[in-house]
Design a protein around this ligand. Structure first.
Ligand code: GLU
Length: 489
């Protein structure tokens, strides 16, 4: 029987997770779900100096927002824990010791100052920078002397001095690195913390990871990992390095191209479904033309074979378009459920809370077509909730009319609607549409004035439906207030 797929997302808590990080998480998650495998979250926090307060929480929040649930990891636990590397230091120490004992690694006593001078010298001579292997060649006596001085050593891995390190990558095919381009890298620092290389290899082995799917930037670390696997006698996982993400100008995606933090998109009204769909297409495709692919379909069709090698372009416009698509496709009820918390948060304090879910549900279809993000909802919908509308009274006066004719028109409209038995969109239309002719004005002029009076806006959702939802009381009060503004000035 084939082994169960076990993949991991292994972020370092060094800042707000950006779209590249979360694309990696998504691809691993999709692959696990597609294969009926296990998705593991492992926190790689051994670079103490780069740790950022709150970063871990932001990672968890990003995954939760996108619905990327993990089967093993922080908070949920699992049989291979702990899943936080700073709680696993003993395991890395043991592996490093084993490598030193086996002659595959050695203690290095070079001071940071010496290393820096060495690098400066290499740079001056235009040589590639890298450790010159001085401590690899220490004899017994030199080693004993360095030890006696009490210098805390680091442990370095012995890379082969010549030859090549080839490996297969599921996306790139065979990749080969010349060993002379690799130096003897540190695997254990002097404070006992492992470097990324050692920790990730040890954990990928102990956690029985079958596929290492990660960002393209780690490709150049893979020859080191391959050598570590071999030296430790571990079976290697399969590797898949995801294509780089580019901005529209085809340079590596960065803050220069706009927001890259995933939580920024959550906070500015993007739907997780749209974001997930958008991220899935950054390097993977279903068939070269289908764009809107719901989550279940992504799971059903996801494959490593259809991940491309070429850089994937991150386009904000496409994301905004995708978000609009998802908003329009959503059921009114589901959309209302998303809009409600946004309104709760963004409407002025004067609007009393909690808002009525039923009322929000009634308004939602009126704005659904016009929303690009959920953040568009509060400014489009606030007049449904406010008691007093604020707008310059000139807005009431439509092209071709003056204050007087506008006031008369609004008075007539008020008279008609106040007399209505049933307050509904069709009955409002029945009395207001003929009124324009009677007043010898265009419907656009009459409706425009009424629209500003009842919504405070020139462009608003369909007028009669809007008035129906607003209700008789609010509408007649607002018409009266508008008339008032036109006389009192
Ligand atoms: N901790 C690394 C990162 O933050 C993980 C690299 C890997 O997946 O091996 O990207």
């Amino acid at each position: 029987m084939a082994r169960q797929v076990r993949v991991r997302f292994a972020p370092s808590p060094t800042g707000e997770p950006h779209v590249g990080n979360i694309r990696t998480a998504l691809f691993n998650w999709l692959y696990a779900r597609h294969m009926g495998g296990v998705f593991i979250l492992r926190i790689e926090d051994t670079d103490v100096a780069r740790k950022v307060e709150g970063a871990l929480e932001a990672i968890l929040a990003s995954l939760r927002w996108l619905g990327l649930d993990w089967d093993e990891g922080p908070e949920v636990g699992g049989p291979y824990g702990p899943y936080v590397q700073s709680q696993r230091l003993k395991l890395y120490e043991e592996a490093a010791r084993k490598l030193v004992e086996g002659g595959d690694a050695y203690h290095c006593y070079c001071s940071p100052q010496r290393l820096q001078e060495m690098r400066e010298e290499q740079t001056r001579r235009k040589q590639p920078t890298g450790y010159d292997r001085r401590c690899r060649h220490l004899d017994e006596g030199e080693r004993a002397r360095a030890k006696a001085q009490g210098i805390p050593p680091v442990v370095r891995f012995k890379m082969p001095l010549d030859g090549q390190t080839p490996f297969d990558d599921l996306i790139r095919g065979e990749v080969t690195f010349a060993n002379e381009t690799q130096d003897d890298f540190v695997i254990l620092k002097s404070d006992g913390y492992p470097t990324y290389h050692l920790a990730s290899v040890v954990d990928d082995h102990l956690m029985e990871i079958t596929h290492v799917m990660r960002a393209d930037e780690w490709l150049s670390s893979t020859p080191r990992h391959v050598r570590l696997y071999d030296a430790l006698g571990y079976e290697k996982p399969l590797f898949a390095h995801l294509p780089i993400i580019l901005g529209p100008d085809r340079s590596k995606l960065s803050k220069r191209h706009g927001a890259v933090s995933v939580l920024h998109y959550r906070d500015t009204g993007y739907l997780p479904e749209a974001m997930g769909n958008f991220l899935a297409l950054l390097g993977w495709s279903l068939d070269d033309h289908t764009e809107v692919i719901p989550r279940e379909e992504l799971i059903r069709h996801f494959s490593i074979e259809r991940i491309g090698k070429a850089g994937a372009i991150f386009s904000q416009e496409k994301l905004a378009w995708m978000n609009g698509m998802y908003i329009r496709q959503m059921s009114q009820e589901a959309l209302a459920g998303r809009i409600l918390p946004t309104l709760e948060e963004a409407l002025p304090a004067a609007v009393s809370r909690p808002l009525s879910g039923e009322y929000v549900h009634a308004i939602t279809p009126l704005v659904q077509e016009r929303l690009k993000t959920l953040a568009d909802a509060p400014p489009l919908m606030d007049f449904f909730f406010l008691e007093e509308l604020e707008y310059p009274h000139e807005e009431l006066v439509q092209k071709g009319l003056d204050r007087d004719s506008t006031r008369k028109a609004l008075e007539a409209a008020l008279g008609r609607v106040a007399a209505l038995d049933a307050w509904s969109a069709p009955s409002l239309e029945d009395v207001l549409r003929p009124l324009a002719g009677e007043l010898e004005m265009k419907t656009g002029q009459l409706f425009g004035a009424i629209r500003v009076a009842v919504t405070g806006q020139r462009a608003a959702p369909p007028l009669f439906e809007t008035m129906a939802v607003l209700g008789r009381d609010r509408c007649t009060r607002r018409l009266r207030a508008a008339i008032e503004r036109l006389v009192s000035r």
